[in-house]
Structures are given as structure tokens and as C-alpha cells.
Design a protein around this ligand. Structure first.
Ligand code: HEM
Length: 499
């Protein structure tokens, strides 16, 4: 028979007290939303509403939206997240009050983010403003025109591999387009020819693949027990593979050094950053100059470009190809547009590419149905009242953009793939605060124009002489894991067009 250990009454009292205190700790913040008058699913001790998110994925915010309205409260561990799916409130949060109140994203345990901690996605307030205004000129149309020929060259190389390496077989599309995104990113950032399209076992590709295997469990541990972030920091833990991080840091450092030595005038992103280099001592008493990047900041931004640009672009491209394979009519309309403007093998010009309207509509519609980043966030840095709701300083606001993209109040037949809804002449009235695949407001995606150019180029090159089709390995509909990645790879077939 199981028997309780013999402890004195005092010991038992202490044990019960400790357990009660622990439980209280686990549920302490849970009346946060009650006080605000905001509804939401019931959180579980310590883990909050995370188990529901894990089990239901992107359906969970959709279900909450239906049940509680456009504003509700969730708990990531013990941390409250105010979910807002109301376009009028989002206009204030993401646009009007971005600089004054909602400038920053949530940053927890920055130190375990390794080289990303100085990156634009993570930095806050005036430092963010300085870094953003320094790197924004990298993405003007003048700059994009300069890198355009490189993008075209890599798109051509990728399409050539279709006939040699994947004739009539199903292709894991993300793996297929990934090397193109990486080559383009590396060339535009450092003027180097990585050519991972052809050489998939190049150290650069291998290390990048390692880097993308981010360890997510420490983030969940920190959400449940925030104090563990100090422990992770203490032991120098990083969520990314150290050896690969070091490889990239040295790689970027080497290019930075070579660029400085070589006066022949590169036109890449790194060169622009080097030209605006400042010293740590230029930032006096925390007062930020309006522009300029320090040495570690340059390395971090280069890293963010490569790392952030590669994965998002290849994921988005694989969703677009998936939607085109499932919707052959839309694919045919797109091919007709391409045939008119760029008959087979004819060169593609920047202006003409950016003016292909149906192509633009296809990309927009695919990013509506399958946004690559279905959730973004901001932190409220001072008390504010929006639409009668008092939001206290420190509140994290989550924006479930996938909900907005599928809301029948803003879209007709939201589940259907209808690129023409974005058409300038006879499209739907798009609510600009209900559509945000690249985020919204001054803190939106800085690389958006570049990403669009890169995606448009390869789509034109692929569809000029190929069709993309579903095959027996294509999973329909897609299912996503808890970090919003497809559970199974997207597999499609490419066949030669009969022209
Ligand atoms: C299709 C590809 C891409 C998608 C879907 C995408 C999506 C996003 C989203 C949703 C955000 C958050 C915006 C917000 O919070 O309002 C973001 C931020 C960001 N993206 Fe992208 N992105 C893509 C490509 C790129 C590329 C190619 C680069 C770099 C060359 C890049 C660099 C960044 C940076 C640095 C930020 C942070 C901006 C800031 O905090 O000021 N992204 N992106």
C-alpha cells in the first residue's frame, strides 16, 4: 500500500503553503483581462491558453474571434496577450500611434537570440528608428534596379535545374525554391555568387539549414517561467546552432573587411551599411544620432537580411505555387499575361515586371489566404484608451492577421482563391487595415519591395515555359504545426508547357 511519508505537522504546513503559493504564482496574472472587461478562453495554471493554440493551431484564434468578438485575451504561459482583430483599432495601434505608443515588438530573453539581438526586428524605440532609417534606402526602386540583373540570372539558373534534376517527378517546392532565395539574398547583400542552386552541399547552405533549426522549447519554458531567462543567459544558451552562427558571423565579417579594402564600388546592401558606419562613441549618453550603424549592428542586419529574407521568401513562393497548382484557371490567366509581356526567353525589365497586374493580384491573393507570418505583435509602452478600451502600459497586443484575411465582413467568399478581387478596376474595396501580409505601418516589413521583386521574377521565369500541377503527394488542405509551418512538405509537379 502507498503511504505518505512521515513528516511533522510543521513540515506538512510548509509543504502545503509552498504548493499553494506555487499554484497562486501559476494563476496570479489571470484576472488581467477581467479587470479590463475583456473576455477570452479560460487559461490553465502556468501554461495559460498555449495548449489550445498547440492543439488547434490557426483555428484557435478564429474560434476565439467568433466567440468573444474582435478583442479577446489569451495567455502565453502567464503572460497576457490582448488579441485585436478590429481594423479601426489596428489603424490606431499599427499606424497612428506607432511612434508614440506601439513602437516595439515583444522581446523576451533577447540574449538567447544570439546575433539577432541587434537586428531591426528586435531593437526598440530611438535605436530602432535610427537603424530603420539607415537601412530603408537599401530598398528604394533605384537600389532594386541595381540588383535586378542578379535576380534574373539566378531565376534562370533555377528554371534550368527543373528539366535536368526534376523531370516529371514530384518536387518539394520549398526545397526547390530555397536555394534561389538564398543565392539572391547573398548576392544582393554581399555581391557574392554562392550558387547554392547547383551546389546544395555548399557550407553556406548547410550552415543556413542548421540555423533554421531554431530551438523553440526554451521560448516556451520562458513563457511559463519567465525567471528561467536569467538562467539561460547565465549559461550562455542560444536558440540557434552556435557553430553555424559563428560561421555566418565570420563570413559576414570577412565580406565587410573585403568591401572596405576594395574601392571598386559595390552596390550591395552591405556596402550601403558600411558607408553609414558610426562608432559606439557617437551614441553619447544613450542619445541616438538620426542615422548610422555600429560594427555589431551592421553584422546583425546583414544576418537578418540573409536569414529573414531567405525563409520568408521561399515559404511564400511555395504557397503561391501551391495556390496556382490548385487553381489552373488562375494559372492560365497569369500565363497569358506573361506571354503577352514576356514571350518565351525574352528579357524581363524591372518596370514591366513590376507592372504585371495579374501577377501582383495572384501574389496578394495567395498571401491573403496563406500569410507566411499569420500573427504579429506590438507592446504598449504607455497607458492608452482606444475605442473605449483602456490598454495599460506593458500590454502585449497580438494581431491575428490570418483572422482578418478570412473575415467574411471584409472579403467575399473568403475561402476562395480569387486574384481578381485585388484588381484595380473591378476588384473589391479592400479595407487597408484588414490586409497585412507584410505587417502594417512604420514597423512593417522593410524588405517587402525586394521580396516582391524576387518572387515576381522567378514566377515569370517558371511559368513562361512550365505548368505547375498537383500530384498524388500534394496535401490538400494544408495543415500547420504550432509555429505555423506546414506539417508536411508541399509537393507539386512541373511539366513543360506546349507553346
Ligand atoms: C515574402 C517574404 C516576406 C514576408 C512574408 C515578410 C513578412 C514580414 C512581416 C509580417 C513582418 C512584421 C511586420 C510588422 O510587425 O508589422 C516583417 C518584418 C521584417 N522583415 Fe519581412 N517579410 C518578407 C521578406 C523579407 C525580406 C526579403 C527581408 C530582408 C531583406 C525582410 C526583412 C524584415 C525586417 C528587417 C523586418 C523588421 C522590420 C522592423 O522591425 O522595422 N523581410 N516581415
Amino acid at each position: 500500500m502507498f503511504s505518505l511519508p512521515f513528516f511533522s505537522a510543521t513540515t506538512w504546513t510548509l509543504i502545503i503553503l509552498a504548493l499553494t503559493l506555487l499554484l497562486l504564482y501559476g494563476i496570479w496574472p489571470y484576472n488581467f483581462f477581467k479587470k479590463m472587461g475583456v473576455g477570452g478562453p479560460r487559461p490553465l495554471p502556468f501554461v495559460g491558453t498555449m495548449p489550445y493554440s498547440f492543439a488547434r493551431g490557426l483555428d484557435f484564434p478564429l474560434e476565439c474571434n467568433k466567440k468573444y468578438g474582435d478583442v479577446w485575451g489569451q495567455f502565453e504561459g502567464r503572460s497576457p496577450v490582448l488579441m485585436v482583430a478590429d481594423p479601426e483599432m489596428l489603424k490606431v495601434i499599427l499606424v497612428k500611434e506607432c511612434y508614440s505608443t506601439f513602437t516595439n515588438r515583444r522581446t523576451f530573453a533577447k540574449e538567447i537570440f544570439g546575433p539577432l539581438q541587434d537586428g531591426l526586428t528586435v531593437v526598440v524605440d530611438d535605436r530602432w528608428k535610427r537603424i530603420r532609417s539607415t537601412i530603408s534606402p537599401s530598398f528604394t526602386s533605384g537600389r532594386l534596379r541595381q540588383v535586378f540583373p542578379i535576380v534574373e540570372r539566378y531565376a534562370d539558373r533555377l528554371v534550368k535545374t527543373l528539366d535536368t534534376e526534376h523531370p516529371d517527378q514530384s518536387v518539394d517546392v520549398k526545397k526547390f525554391v530555397g536555394p534561389y532565395s538564398l543565392d539572391v539574398m547573398a548576392s544582393a547583400s554581399f555581391s557574392i555568387d554562392t550558387d547554392t542552386t547547383v551546389n546544395q552541399d555548399a557550407p553556406l547552405t548547410v550552415h543556413l539549414r542548421n540555423l533554421l533549426k531554431i530551438k523553440f522549447w526554451p521560448l516556451f519554458v520562458i513563457m511559463v517561467l519567465p525567471f528561467t531567462s536569467y538562467l539561460f543567459r547565465l549559461i550562455g544558451f542560444s536558440i540557434m546552432n552556435r557553430a553555424s552562427v559563428d560561421y555566418f558571423y565570420n563570413f559576414i565579417k570577412r565580406f565587410k573587411h573585403d568591401h572596405k579594402e576594395d574601392k571598386s564600388g559595390h552596390s550591395d546592401f552591405l556596402q550601403l551599411m558600411i558607408e553609414s558606419e558610426i562608432q559606439e562613441s557617437d551614441i553619447k549618453d544613450g542619445v541616438e544620432p538620426s542615422k548610422g550603424l555600429t560594427d555589431p549592428e551592421i553584422l546583425s542586419q546583414a544576418f537578418i537580411f540573409l536569414f529573414g529574407g531567405y525563409d520568408t521568401t521561399s515559404t511564400t513562393l511555395s504557397y503561391i505555387l501551391y495556390n496556382l497548382a490548385l487553381n489552373p484557371d488562375a494559372q492560365q490567366t497569369l500565363q497569358q499575361e506573361i506571354d503577352v509581356h514576356f514571350p518565351k526567353d525574352s528579357p524581363v525589365s524591372y518596370e514591366a515586371l513590376m507592372n504585371l497586374e495579374y501577377l501582383d493580384n495572384v501574389i496578394s491573393e495567395s498571401m491573403r489566404l496563406l500569410p507566411t507570418a499569420p500573427l504579429i505583435d506590438r507592446v504598449c509602452k504607455k497607458n492608452i484608451k482606444i475605442n473605449g478600451l483602456n490598454i495599460p502600459e506593458g500590454t502585449v497586443v497580438g494581431v491575428p492577421l490570418n483572422n482578418l484575411h478570412r473575415d467574411p465582413r471584409f472579403w467575399s467568399s473568403p475561402e476562395r482563391f480569387k486574384p481578381e478581387r485585388f484588381s484595380k478596376d473591378n476588384g473589391e474595396d479592400i479595407n487597408p487595415y484588414a490586409y497585412m501580409p507584410f505587417g502594417l505601418g512604420p514597423r512593417n516589413c522593410v524588405g517587402m519591395r525586394f521580396a516582391l521583386m524576387v518572387m515576381k521574377m522567378v514566377l515569370v521565369r517558371l511559368l513562361q515555359d512550365h505548368n505547375v500541377e498537383t500530384c498524388k503527394d500534394t496535401v490538400v488542405p494544408l495543415e500547420f504545426n504550432m509555429i505555423f509551418q506546414p506539417k508536411k512538405p508541399i509537393k507539386l509537379m512541373f511539366s513543360r508547357r506546349e507553346l
